[in-house]
Ligand binder design. Structure first.
Ligand SMILES: *Cc1c(COP(=O)(O)O)cnc(C)c1O
Length: 377
């Protein structure tokens, strides 16, 4: 008798036969690290990493492993105190997570029923909203940013009211760099009042802190703000982020998150970065903002550069005069051990590249290579 059990297909591994089908063809997030995993190991040559919006420079942190034999607090108190103080919110409005990426995942898992509910994104935008949604089995509705100005298409958003459970806005945007106008964010929150949670991803808000949407939490119950220590705080390797929301939302997310998401050493370092070392962050932000403005200005003066996007973050997005020029610029930098990020596959961003603002020497080296060696035929 023929075996009709699908597990009998021997050309597939057991894992491949059992896996959720949609995962087989899924492409994981192409992080800057993954894309240049081999470059990391090339011996001898120092790489200049300007492709992941990390901050340059190391902090100086003290670690005591006094209680390392014990489980940490679910939400370490010193850390929550430090962040609520920094954000000007109540402790009940703060959830610490393994990076802002975990916040994204928790929100989708908490508000979207798998294979039924949808999230809304506004491309070009940060890739993890779609990856987390796919992973969970949530549908993805796209309402692109308005061409050229890269602000919200509020009419487009209005058409999706009642059809989505979570709306992801990114301000300042990644990879675009611009802030969404405050009145547009408020309009979006109003539009989705009673029908969807509106998440404002503020991974880069330290570069223009007065523009935060955290103040909306007192007026609206459908607002969530995402923050991270990975960018302005120069702690990408720590994996620490924060979800800011009203208490009912935090209570809900607390049911979905792992029982000990923040390890004791992470809490120790993050608490120091947010208290005694906070001024180091604000000084770094000032330096980064001026380097960014200088680089934007310089790019504007280059004949091969067609457009420089306004940035309120620690990176600059620019459009090359055509795709061939884009490839030439990117490859020349790689040949000189300088890694930037190709954004040309994103909607509306043909021939676009993104440069993260490293330290002064790194940006000087990049300009020097492009000035001396770039030949566009
Ligand atoms: C870098 C980034 C994140 C992720 O931050 P982590 O805290 O490192 O997980 C989230 N959103 C945006 C827009 C980012 O650029």
């Amino acid at each position: 008798m023929p075996n009709t059990n699908s597990l009998a297909n021997t050309s597939l591994t057991t894992a491949e036969q059992l896996a959720r089908e949609e995962l087989i063809d899924m492409v994981p997030y192409q992080s800057a690290r993954r894309l240049f995993a081999s470059a990391d190991q090339t011996a001898g040559e120092e790489k200049i990493w300007l492709n992941a919006n990390e901050a340059p420079g190391l902090g100086d942190y003290q670690l005591s492993a006094n209680n390392i034999n014990r489980y940490p607090d679910f939400q370490p108190e010193s850390l929550i105190n430090a962040y609520s103080d920094y954000a000007g919110l109540a402790k009940t409005q703060v959830l610490a997570t393994r990076g802002a990426d975990e916040g994204i995942e928790l929100i989708i898992r908490s508000f979207c029923k798998a294979y039924q509910d949808s999230i809304l994104i506004c491309p070009p935008t940060y890739g993890m909203y779609a990856i987390s949604a796919e992973n969970h089995g949530a549908n993805i509705v796209k309402v692109p940013l308005k061409p050229d100005v890269l602000t919200l298409d509020l009419n487009g958003l209005a058409q999706q009211v009642g059809k989505v459970n979570v709306v992801f806005l990114c301000s300042p945007g990644n990879p675009t760099g611009n802030l969404l106008p405050q009145e547009q964010i408020v309009a979006a929150v109003e539009l989705f009042k009673n029908s969807a949670m509106v998440v404002i991803d503020e991974a880069y808000i330290e570069f223009s802190p007065e523009q935060t949407s955290a103040k909306l939490l007192s007026d609206y119950d459908n607002v969530i703000v995402l923050r991270t220590l990975s960018k302005a705080f120069a702690l990408a390797g720590l994996r620490c982020g924060f979800t800011l929301a009203n208490e009912d939302v935090i209570t809900l997310l607390s049911k979905v998150i792992a029982p000990y998401p923040i390890s004791a050493p992470v809490a120790e370092i993050a608490s120091q970065a947010l208290t005694s070392q906070r001024n180091i962050m604000t000084e770094r932000v000032d330096v980064t903002n001026s380097l960014r403005d200088e680089l934007s200005q310089w790019l504007q003066e280059q004949s091969w550069c067609q457009q420089v996007f306004t940035s309120n973050a620690n990176f600059v997005l620019f459009r090359c005069s055509n795709d061939k020029v884009k490839t030439t610029v990117f490859d020349l930098l790689v040949a000189n051990n300088i890694l930037i990020r190709d954004q040309s596959k994103q909607q509306q961003l043909a021939s676009c590249l993104r440069i993260s603002i490293g330290n002064e020497q790194e940006i000087a080296k990049l300009k020097q290579v492009l000035t001396k060696q770039l030949s566009i035929s």
